[in-house]
Design a protein around this ligand. Structure first.
Ligand code: CP
Length: 300
């Protein structure tokens, strides 16, 4: 029987046991290579918003799983240009019988409603500000690879929490895996979707956590984005060498990407010994491959 046989639109319905199995499978996949199976089966990647990491790691995961990835990339040269709706585009691609529908889209699309009309599981690859479950899973998997046990560990999320689908998925996931979570951001960037511990002062927050993850300032989702004083923001909330002096020894630095260099994170920090930024990207492949395999009921 499959341990994971439905869509992954948010993390509320996934059990702690399934998460553990997923992480164990991703860890095994990291250590071993396996010949592709299931030749002839496809996965449709429908990206209505830009992406580098998520799209290409799903493509890589598909290749490693023996699935052919069919990419609908930004809708260019598709019938969207003739006025077809996003919903109709998804339903028509679903009618071609892919094993999965991996979808990135804006808040205006209702993935839950669409999931009722398609038989293939939908994997949310970043849905407006609502959630980015596979990103939260791969971030947490990256920490588990470092710590083995997540219980009682403290993850601090710094930055534009209000507009971050990544943060919103971490709020759903943290209690399931035992992580303690807190945010540090300007008051106007707090999210109403969670009442996790809040720090206004970065140095106090950094001395609390075992890992800190900066979020991209999402200018495209700000109605007044151009008003942000970049210098002041970087001074108060940027992960740079000066601010990171108060980070507890042995703690890790993360960013889901893409990065606004010199704003929420300085370039030199990405290459520090305690940076997990590129490990997060590598682990995205194994985590997504594990999802494909688990949804098909494969065991390892
Ligand atoms: N972290 C993330 O979702 O990156 P992309 O937008 O490049 O996929």
């Amino acid at each position: 029987m499959s341990l994971f046989d439905g869509s992954l639109i948010d993390l509320n319905s996934i059990s702690s046991q399934t998460i553990d199995t997923l992480f164990n499978l991703a860890s095994s996949l990291k250590k071993q290579s396996r010949p592709p199976q299931h030749q002839g089966q496809t996965v449709a990647l429908l990206f209505f918003e830009p992406s580098t990491r998520t799209r290409m790691s799903f493509e890589t995961a598909a290749a490693r799983s023996g699935l052919t990835a069919l990419v609908f990339d930004g809708g260019q040269k598709t019938s969207l240009e003739k006025g077809e709706t996003v919903e109709d585009s998804i339903l028509n691609v679903a009618a071609m019988g892919p094993e999965y529908l991996v979808i990135r889209c804006g808040d205006e699309i209702n993935l839950r409603a669409i999931s009722k009309f398609v038989s293939a599981p939908i994997l949310n690859a970043g849905w407006g500000v609502q959630g980015h479950p596979t990103q939260a899973l791969l971030d947490t998997f990256t920490l588990r690879e470092k710590w083995e046990r997540l219980e009682e560990r403290k993850l601090l999320i710094v930055g534009d929490v209000r507009h971050s689908r990544v943060a919103h998925s971490h709020f759903e996931l943290a209690s399931k895996v035992g992580l303690q979570i807190a945010v540090c951001c300007p008051e106007e960037m707090r999210s109403e979707k969670s009442s996790v511990k809040y720090f206004s002062d970065l140095s106090e927050a950094l001395s609390w956590c075992d890992a800190v993850m900066a979020l991209r300032v999402q200018f495209e989702r700000h109605s007044d984005g151009s008003q942000l004083n970049r210098e002041v923001y970087s001074e108060k909330y940027g992960l740079n060498k000066r601010n990171l002096r108060t980070l507890k020894s042995g703690s890790f630095v993360m960013h889901p990407g893409p990065i606004n260099h010199g704003l929420e994170m300085d370039s030199e920090v990405i290459h520090q010994r305690n940076s997990l930024v590129l490990s997060q990207v590598s682990h995205g492949v194994f985590l997504r491959e594990a999802l494909f395999r688990m949804a098909r009921g494969e065991t390892w």
